[in-house]
Structure formats: C-alpha cells, structure tokens
Design a protein around this ligand. Structure first.
Ligand code: ADP
Length: 459
C-alpha cells in the first residue's frame, strides 16, 4: 500500500515539475523573442529615418545592442554587413535562414545551439517607401544568448527539486502515520483473535476508535465476552451434572459396602436393594435429561390448533401441589380462550418450566409469595405473561438466563431454598418458543421478582 502511495506521490510531483518547468522556459523565451523583435524593429526604423547619417545610426545601434544585451547587424540587400555593434563583421557577407526570409519581407526567428549554449536569432526586413513603391532594401539581424534564461530555469529546477523533496518527505511521513494509525486497531484485533483462538476467552480490545472500526471492536469484545460466558456455563453445567451423578453413586457404593459385610438378614438385603434401585432410577432420569438437552436443537413440532387456556390449565394443575407445598399462590388473571397453532405437549413443557422456576426461585423472606399468569390479546399479537414476586434476576444476568448451562445460582444466590437444576430449562424453553416462530423475553428487578413474556404473532 505504502509503495503505491509513494509511486503516486512521486509521479505526480515529477509530472507537475516537468510541466511547470517547460511552461516557464517557453514563456521566458517567447518574452525574449518579443523583446528582441521590438529592438530589431526599432533599429530598422532608426535606419530608415537616418539613412544619410551613418555615424548616428552606428551610435544608436551600439546603444540598443547594449540595452538588449544582443548582437545587432544591419545588412544590405546583398546580405553584406553595413553596421555591426561589435564592428567585427563590417563588409562581410552573411547568409542564413532568418536573413533570407527577412529579405523576402518575412520576419523570422530561430533557436540555435552554439558551443552548448542556446542563442536566439531573428531578423526583420528594412522596407523603404520610395513613394512609387515599397522595397525591402536590407535586414536587421539580432542575436542574443539565452544563457540567462537557461540559468533561471536551472535555478527554478533546483528550487522545485528542493520543494518537491521536502513535500515528498512530508507527504510520505503523513502517509506512514495515517497508514499506521489506520492499521493499528486492525492489528490489535488480529492479536486479539490470536489470543481467543489460543484459549484466552473474554479477551477485550481497548476501544479508542469510532466509526466502523469502533463498531467492529465493540462486536468483537461482545463476542469474546459471550464466548467466555458460554465456556463458564459449560464448566458449571458439567460440574453440577458430575455432582448430581456422584451423589447416587456414593449412596450405591455405601449400600453395597454394607451388604458385602455379609451379616444382614434377608429383609435388610431387600430394603438395601430397593434403595439401590431407587438411586439407579435417579441416575437414569438424569441421563435421560442430559440426552434430552443434548438433542435440544433437533426437536421437531407436532402442530395442531389448540386452545392455549386449556394447555395452561393442565400445566397449572400439575404445578399446583408443588406451589402449595412451597407456599406460593398461583393466580390466573385475565385469561380467555385463544386458539392457536402449536405443539400442545411442547408448549405445556414450556409453561411447566416457567412455572417450576417461578416456584423454585421464590423469595423465602416474602410473606405473600405468588405467581400471576395473564394473556394480553391485541389484534396482531398475543402476550402470555408469567410474573412472580420471587428472588428476581440481576440486570447483568437477564440476557444470559436463556443460555444453555447458565445458572444464577453459580454466581451465588445464598438466600435461596434448596434449589436444584442444571441451567438447561430456559434454554429448552427458548428453543421450543423459537421453533414456533414466537419470542420470549424476561424483565424484572433483582429482589422484587421476574416477568417472563411469550409473544405470539396472530397474523
Ligand atoms: P435451572 O435448572 O438452574 O433452573 P433454568 O435454565 O431454568 O435452569 O434457569 C436458568 C437460571 O435463571 C436459573 O439458575 C435461575 O438463576 C434463573 N431463573 C430462572 N427463572 C427464574 C425466576 N422465575 N426467578 C428468578 N430467577 C430465575
């Protein structure tokens, strides 16, 4: 990239320099040409006006020559030099293109290189009006060195070169600074991606930029945080499952140990074997649950038109004994029948999960513990709301509760009653809801309760 920038800058400067110098040089030469033509015409006029006074003409030509810093010759029609401001060519015949053209009544100029120096040479005709006719009777030849112009051009070339080099250096420096400040955040992002892939989950890039790069950094940081959260959930999930499996295993081992002592009666054997069976059942359920959660994404719906109020009634019936035992009142408020297309069993599972949580995460310090269920029915959508006045969820955790393996308990609910769970329930709930193309969200305040809202589009 930098090379391309440099090439662009250098070629623009070179092009600009060449064009500017060329322009300047041809303008200067043109000006010189105009000036010398003027001098030649003045000399021709002086000659015409003072033909008889050759001394005066000589003096004038010398003075014009000095002023114009040029060699001035006056030639007759035979190209013989009559007057020379340097007096060296007098009487000699000179023939060149400019003189020939002038004697044919056409002024002409030309540039020549003599001993490596440029000389501008021009000639104008001396046309004399003889009353009955106008005749070209001679020519004025003026030549001047263009050395001063060459020196000026050279000076300008040097100045331009110096300015170009300084400008180029500044431009390159600025380009380097701009390019590095542009790529710096991208480099930090590349480093951060490397850190993530080497297992440094949760690594964040310092955000100093705004605009698109700033947004990219924000998205990266969010993704990194989410990955760490998922990893933490996975660890705590494995942790609680291992713990759950270990308890029945320890119990079974203890029972077998007691039995292997060999001095128990048949009744005790029977009783212990029943306990062992009970523990293996628990383990079986746990494994079923695990398998169920692993197949989370694969569920398919069996859709039929159902009355949502009936499904709710079924779920409430099932949860009521647990709620009553836990001193939680279940209130169905504003609920009318509404027929929708859904998977009856899966929706019941959703409601059971939400109601079970609402009881499970009740606040033991509250005197009146309750769950309120309502259905808001607008034209376009229905909202099924399950509200409790339990422990509530911290603001920071609200967005995580639907993640697989997430349990607030892991970040330390100490006031809670004996709470079991694996952080899978709400992940299943969300999956079922989204399979229906519905939405679920959670609101609420830590300490005062939670509100789970299922939004069902009706059109
Ligand atoms: P768990 O098996 O832990 O109950 P869930 O996926 O059902 O798993 O819930 C995830 C976490 O969300 C729970 O551990 C709990 O901290 C929190 N949670 C869910 N429902 C509620 C609720 N009604 N009140 C307070 N916290 C809740």
């Amino acid at each position: 990239m930098l090379v391309i920038y440099s090439i662009i800058i250098i070629s623009s400067f070179t092009l600009f320099g060449v064009v500017a110098l060329d322009n300047y040089e041809s303008k200067r030469i043109k000006n010189e040409e105009i000036r010398l033509f003027q001098t030649a015409n003045i000399v021709a006029d002086t000659y015409k006006a003072n033909q008889e006074d050759i001394i005066l003409i000589r003096t004038m030509v010398k003075s014009y020559g000095r002023q114009a810093n040029a060699r001035i010759l006056i030639l007759d029609f035979d190209k013989k030099v009559m007057i020379d401001n340097h007096n060296t060519y007098i009487g000699e015949k000179i023939d060149n293109e400019e003189i020939r053209s002038s004697l044919a009544a056409k002024p002409k100029s030309g540039m020549y290189k003599l001993q490596n120096k440029y000389v501008l040479q021009l000639a104008v005709p001396i046309t004399i009006d003889r009353g009955y006719e106008r005749r070209t009777e001679g020519a004025v030849l003026v030549s001047a060195s263009m050395e001063a112009v060459a020196l000026d051009v050279n000076d300008l070339k040097n100045t331009l070169l110096k300015v170009s080099i300084s400008a180029l250096s500044i431009a390159l420096l600025l380009t380097i600074v701009a390019a590095s400040s542009l790529t710096k955040p991208l480099r930090s992002l590349t480093d951060a991606v490397g850190k993530l892939s080497s297992g440094h989950l949760g690594y964040k890039v310092k955000k100093q930029e705004s605009g698109e790069i700033g947004k990219l950094i924000e998205a990266f940081n969010e993704m990194s945080g989410k990955l760490r959260q998922i990893e933490n959930n996975r660890k705590s999930f494995i942790n609680s499952i291992s713990h759950e499996l270990k308890t029945p295993l320890t119990a079974i081992r203890a029972l077998i140990d007691s039995l292997s002592m060999g001095n128990s009666g048949l009744e005790t054997y029977k009783e212990y074997l029943e306990d062992i069976e009970e523990e293996t059942k628990r383990m079986g359920q746990l494994v079923d649950y695990l398998l169920g959660s692993i197949k989370l994404e694969d569920i398919s719906l069996e859709v039929s038109v159902e009355d949502i109020s009936q499904i709710l009634e079924d779920a409430v019936k099932l949860i009521k004994p647990y709620a009553e035992k836990s001193d939680v009142e279940v209130i169905i408020e504003r609920f009318e029948s509404l027929k929708i297309k859904c998977d009856r069993n899966k929706l019941k599972e959703v409601l059971l999960n939400l109601l079970d949580n609402a009881v499970k995460y009740r606040d033991p310090d509250k005197k009146q513990k309750h769950i309120t269920i309502s259905l808001e029915n607008n034209k376009n959508e229905a909202r099924l709301i399950i509200e409790d006045n339990g422990l509530g969820i911290k603001k920071d955790d609200l967005s995580n509760v639907f993640d697989r393996g997430f349990r607030v308990l892991d970040s330390g609910i100490t006031r809670s009653p004996q709470v079991e769970g694996y952080g899978i329930g709400l992940a299943i709930v969300k999956n079922i809801i989204e399979k229906h193309n519905w939405k679920i969200s959670v609101e609420g305040e830590y300490g005062s309760g939670s509100i789970f809202i299922i939004t069902i589009p009706l059109s």
